[in-house]
Design a protein around this ligand. Structure first.
Ligand SMILES: NC(=O)c1ccc[n+]([C@@H]2O[C@H](COP(=O)([O-])OP(=O)(O)OC[C@H]3O[C@@H](n4cnc5c(N)ncnc54)[C@H](O)[C@@H]3O)[C@@H](O)[C@H]2O)c1
Length: 294
C-alpha cells in the first residue's frame, strides 16, 4: 500500500519532530494534540528547526514553506485520522491513555490504515489487541531529536503482518532513517540497555559518588558517549524515564530495573528535564548549570 497521508498524535517533543520529518519527506501531515497551545508550541519548534537549517544553507526558503504548508494542526481526534493512511502515535507513556486513544482511533481511521506507536516500552501486542486490526498495528520507535537521529526501531507485535513491517520500513527509509526489526520485548533493543544505564548514573548521584557534571564527563570521555547520561536523561524527560522503569519492573518482575528514589522525587517536584526548564541541569540561563544534590 502507498502511504500519502500521515497523522501524528501528539505535538510534543517527539510528535513535532516526527511531523517535521514526515512533511520534509513530502507526506501530507496532520498533527493532533489536545489543546491548541500544544499544537502552537509544536509548530513553533518545527519552524525554529527549519529556520536553523535555512540559516545553515541546508534547506531553501521554498522548502521551508513547502514543509510548513504540508503540516496541519488538528484538535479533534476523529477529524485528524479520518483519511489517514498511517497514524503515528506520540502521546504520553501512560498505558490507559494509549489504550483509550487507540480504541478511538481504530473506530475513526479508514479500515486499511496502518497504526504505529512510538512508545518507548509499552507492549505493541497489548495496544494492538484493543483494535480490530492487530495485523496492521506496529511499533515505530523514533529517537530524540527526531530530525537528527538516524534510527527507527520497528517492533513486531504478536499479530503484526510482515507486509505492515515492509510498509514501515519503506516509510522510514523515505524519512532518511535506518531501521532495525525487533520482536516485541519490554524496551525493545535500545531502551533495554539505555534505561538501566541512565538509572545507574542517577543511583550514583543519589549516593554522592560524583557530581552531576563529573558523572557526565566520566561517561562522555570514558565511554565515548556523545553526551553524559544525566544530560541525556534531561533530553529524554525524567517523567518518561520513570514510566519506563516502573513498566520494566512490572513486566520483567525483576527489581534490577527499579527507578532510583531521586528520579521519582524529581518527577514529583516537576523537575522533568529540558522541557520543564530543570532536571539534572538548570536551563534558566543560556548555559545549563548542573544541579547540586549534596
Ligand atoms: N522523549 C523521548 O526521548 C522519546 C523517545 C522515543 C519515544 N518516546 C515516546 O514518545 C511518546 C511521547 O513522548 P514525548 O517525549 O514526545 O512526550 P511530550 O510530553 O513531550 O508530548 C506528548 C504530547 O502528547 C499530547 N497528548 C496527550 N494526550 C493526547 C491525545 N489523546 N492525543 C494527542 N495528543 C495528546 C500532550 O499534550 C503532549 O503535547 C511517549 O510514548 C514516549 O515514551 C519518547
Amino acid at each position: 500500500m502507498e502511504i500519502k497521508k500521515i497523522t501524528v498524535l501528539g505535538a510534543g517533543q517527539m510528535g513535532n519532530g516526527i511531523a517535521q520529518v514526515c512533511a520534509q519527506a513530502g507526506y501530507e501531515v496532520k498533527m493532533r494534540d489536545i489543546d491548541q497551545k500544544f499544537i502552537d508550541n509544536g509548530m513553533a519548534t518545527i519552524k525554529k528547526n527549519l529556520e536553523r537549517g535555512l540559516a545553515k544553507g541546508k534547506i531553501t526558503q521554498e522548502e521551508v514553506d513547502g514543509v510548513l504548508g504540508r503540516i496541519t494542526g488538528v484538535l479533534d481526534l476523529g477529524e485528524s485520522v479520518k483519511d489517514a493512511d498511517l497514524v503515528i502515535e506520540a502521546i504520553p507513556e501512560i498505558v490507559k491513555l494509549k489504550l483509550d486513544t487507540w480504541r478511538e482511533v481504530d473506530g475513526a481511521a479508514p479500515e486499511g490504515a496502518i497504526l504505529a506507536s512510538n512508545t518507548s516500552s509499552i507492549s505493541i501486542t497489548q495496544m494492538a489487541a484493543v483494535t480490530k486490526r492487530p495485523n496492521l498495528f506496529v511499533g515505530m520507535h523514533f529517537f530524540n531529536p527526531v530530525p537528527v537521529m538516524g534510527l527507527v526501531e520497528i517492533i513486531k507485535g504478536q499479530g503484526t503482518e510482515d507486509s505492515t513491517v515492509d510498509v514501515i520500513r519503506e516509510v522510514s527509509g523515505k524519512l532518511g532513517k535506518k531501521t532495525v526489526l525487533v520482536n516485541e520485548a519490554p524496551g525493545f533493543a535500545v531502551n533495554r540497555l539505555l534505561v538501566p544505564a541512565i538509572n545507574e548514573a542517577i543511583f550514583a548521584i543519589q549516593e554522592n559518588v560524583a557530581t552531576v557534571e563529573d558523572m557526565d564527563l566520566a561517561i562522555k570521555l570514558g565511554l565515548n558517549w556523545p553526551m553524559g547520561p544525566l544530560t541525556l536523561a534531561d533530553f529524554v524527560g525524567l517523567d518518561t524515564l520513570l514510566y519506563i522503569s516502573d513498566y520494566f519492573v512490572d513486566e520483567f518482575k525483576d527489581s534490577k530495573y527499579r527507578a532510583p528514589a531521586l528520579l521519582r522525587k524529581m518527577v514529583r517536584a516537576g523537575w522533568v528535564g529540558r522541557k520543564s526548564g530543570k532536571g539534572f541541569y538548570d536551563y534558566s540561563s543560556d548555559e545549563p548549570k548542573p544541579v547540586r544534590f549534596h
